[in-house]
Design a protein around this ligand. Structure first.
Ligand SMILES: C=C(O[C@@H]1C=C(C(=O)O)C=C[C@H]1O)C(=O)O
Length: 105
């Protein structure tokens, strides 16, 4: 678990605010979410790299296309068809995590 907690900005939060203040409040929440998403992606990439490394140590294929297909379906089931683009970007980031680990290690 990453420990991030979120609350959604509600209409009531903005009732007393100017549009400028409302936008600033919403953007502040967006900025928090971007940091949290990037942290989660970093953690995911480390875990994915560890799985890939372990499979290589077992002389198995580093990648698993069946598993990647299930990951893509998870994103599209939540986000709709555009989720496929996000899934692809996430998988690309995580496939690269092994290379980065090697350079750093
Ligand atoms: C992490 C794994 O290895 C690779 C990376 C994946 C991912 O980042 O989601 C998925 C499948 C594999 O190609 C895994 O098999 O779960």
């Amino acid at each position: 678990m990453s420990g991030h907690t979120f609350r959604t900005a509600s209409a009531a939060d903005g009732d007393q605010l100017s549009n400028e203040a409302r936008i600033a409040m919403l953007r502040s929440r967006i900025d928090d979410l971007d940091v949290a998403v990037a942290d989660l992606l970093s953690e995911r990439a480390q875990l994915s790299g560890a799985v890939q490394q372990t499979r290589l140590a077992d002389r198995a294929a580093r990648l698993d296309t069946g598993r990647e297909h299930r990951v893509r379906r998870r994103y599209t089931s939540v986000l709709g068809p555009r989720g496929a683009d996000i899934a692809e970007a996430v998988l690309t980031l995580c496939r690269g995590s092994l290379g980065r680990d090697r350079k750093e290690g």
